[in-house]
Design a protein around this ligand. Structure first.
Ligand code: PA5
Length: 460
């Protein structure tokens, strides 16, 4: 079943009307043509993934060869190499998956997307290397956070398992198909590995082996994810641009940005979808926040994405959203049918504060709150888009991921920036290499190491 995109409340009477969108129609047609052209030229790598059956088979057969052999799977990766699988696992696995894994004979999953040594040390003490598979995910093969984690895990595994040869069997490396230090290591050591297609960047890689391999290990129907994605691709790229949810979504965000609404809040009314909003936060920020435009001119553009959780954040953020500055556009993620629901019992007390629950379910309250909050925002002229998933399953998730990636690629063209590079992240990576003494980065070390002439540091 299809996802529904409700843009009715994205318009604000007198301030932002359908005519604004219509006026952009020509530009939207150009964006669509550009995307189609880029796709044909192989420059829209993420759009090739749903049709890449060879990649699917490779992922599925490798996952099958490991299934049932391990109690723990640990994914090492950061940014686009981690957020996609985190979103998938939170959406599609049981909310207490790791707690119930052992008694049910399943595998526990951990994603280490940071280098805070405390949780990592705790995990290293928890897992048994003999029963653990480690999936190292880094497209470049040189990201300091991931490579450093890999070194620590590998040393421990080699020591505990008695040899490097034995340790090697516990690692699967997902990296560039040809280049980078980890690809070299795969060739040298014979690690099992999967390729990240050359034309697929980290934050667009959820439907590549980056997200699909650990998902397949977890029993997620990855073929259905790709089926859903393929459907969103058709809806997004073919047909009239004003009937494409992805193009319209991009246009609305762009036009509201131009009117000063520079913050994009994604608010799922579902715990399972919260990390999808977090995945989108990275996709939107890293793709659209750019210093330079496509022609090399200085633009410094980019909407600021935020993730909020309904109903929880109604009691934290919504006061600001309704009465604070008119600088936001909201995307509500809703679900038509929950996988589980709870019926409120008949109250033991005859008080209207309790009795009105009778006959209702917890999901009805959640859904009513989503509707009420969206209405309250729209009532004061705050634009809201609502995306409704028929249910949370692989197909819907695949559709949603593809829609949001297409929307991002289209928004890149509207903002006039390259949505697929990240020079700002690369600069930080280089300075960190310099500070850690990596050969070849001496200049960066010297630059960042020089203290400002008059430091302003206060003891607390
Ligand atoms: O989206 C991106 O390109 C980044 O967030 C990368 O995924 C992140 O920096 C990690 O890079 P790599 O996969 O090369 O380790």
């Amino acid at each position: 079943m299809a996802i529904q995109f409700d843009y009715t409340r994205a318009f604000i009477k007198g301030a932002f009307e359908r005519k604004h969108l219509t006026a952009l129609g020509g530009a939207l047609k150009t964006v669509q043509k550009d995307l189609q052209r880029e796709r044909k030229a192989g420059q829209l790598g993420f759009a090739d993934l749903p049709g890449d059956r060879a990649m699917l088979r490779e992922v599925q057969s490798l996952a099958k060869s490991y299934r049932g052999r391990f109690d723990h799977v640990v994914v090492l990766g950061i940014g686009g190499s981690a957020l996609g699988f985190i979103a998938l696992k939170d959406a599609l696995l049981h909310p207490l998956h790791n707690q119930i894994a052992a008694p049910e004979g399943c595998t526990e999953f951990y994603v280490l997307d940071n280098i805070d040594p405390e949780p990592i040390a705790a995990l290293l003490n928890w897992i048994d290397p003999r029963r653990t598979l480690v999936n190292v995910v880094t497209k470049s093969g040189s990201t300091a956070e991931t490579v450093g984690q890999f070194l620590i895990f590998y040393e421990l595994f080699a020591r505990k398992l008695g040899s490097r040869r034995k340790a090697n069997e516990h690692f699967v490396i997902t990296t560039d198909p040809e280049n980078g230090p980890l690809r070299k290591l795969v060739q040298k050591e014979g690690f099992a590995s999967l390729p990240v297609p050359r034309n697929v960047g980290g934050r667009f890689s959820v439907l590549s082996p980056v997200g699909l391999f650990p998902a397949a290990l977890a029993g997620i129907r990855v073929d259905r994810l790709l089926d859903g994605a393929g459907q969103a691709l058709e809806a997004g790229l073919d047909g009239s641009p004003v009937a494409s949810p992805s193009l319209v979504g991009a246009a609305l965000h762009y036009l509201h940005y131009e009117q000063g609404r520079r913050i994009a809040v994604m608010m799922p009314y579902s715990n399972a979808l919260f990390r999808t909003a977090d995945w989108f936060r990275q996709l939107w920020a890293e793709s659209l926040g750019k210093a330079d435009g496509l022609g090399g001119e200085r633009v410094n553009v980019g909407p600021t994405p935020l993730a909020a959780l309904g109903a929880t954040d109604q009691h934290s953020q919504v006061q600001l959203y309704v009465e604070g500055p008119d600088d936001k556009i909201f995307t509500f993620l809703r679900v038509d049918k929950p996988r589980h629901d709870l019926r409120y019992p008949k109250s033991a007390w005859d008080d209207a504060a309790f009795t009105y629950f009778r006959g209702h379910t917890m999901f009805e309250l959640l859904d009513a709150e989503a509707e009420a909050t969206c209405f309250a925002l729209a009532e004061v002229g705050r634009p809201c888009v609502t995306i409704s998933l028929p249910r949370i399953d692989e197909e819907s998730l695949g559709r949603l991921f593809m829609h949001l990636q297409l929307q991002t690629a289209a928004a890149g063209l509207l903002f006039g920036v390259n949505a697929f590079d990240q020079p700002g992240v690369e600069a930080g990576k280089r300075y960190a290499f310099g500070l850690m003494g990596r050969p070849g980065y001496e200049k960066e070390a010297a630059k960042v190491g020089r203290r400002t002439s008059r430091p302003f540091v206060l003891p607390g």
